[in-house]
Design a protein. Structure first.
Length: 114
């Protein structure tokens, strides 16, 4: 079990802003998830989370479609544009928590954020 967060590489957010956006994705995904899956994720994998990079908003939306097609929980995060951004901006996507092989089926070729 794991939770994956896809973060856009094309928008150069400060580390704190990117971290907050990822936290929004993780929290929203967990809140939308079935309680049994959340408990399994916490108990069997200690709440494993992985942050992966996507190129831009179009790739982010592509992975949202793929995840939904696989019946995975998604949490698409749009920053309101009140602090760092000057307009509403898609920043990241939470997928899961769910079985690793189910999530890896669509995210296996993505690299960890650096």
């Amino acid at each position: 079990m794991k939770l994956v967060i896809l973060l856009r590489k094309d928008i150069k957010m400060p580390t704190g802003k990117a971290s907050a956006q990822c936290a929004h994705a993780a929290v929203e995904a967990v809140l939308k998830s079935d309680k049994r899956k959340v408990n399994e994720w916490l108990n069997k994998s200690n709440g494993k989370k992985v942050v992966l990079a996507v190129e831009d908003d179009q790739e982010l939306l592509k992975f949202e479609r793929l995840a939904k097609k696989e019946k995975l929980i998604t949490a698409l995060i749009k920053d309101a544009g009140r602090t760092f951004f000057n307009k509403a901006t898609l920043t990241c996507l939470g997928i899961g928590p769910d079985k690793e092989d189910k999530i890896d089926k669509i995210t296996k070729d993505l690299k960890m954020i650096n």
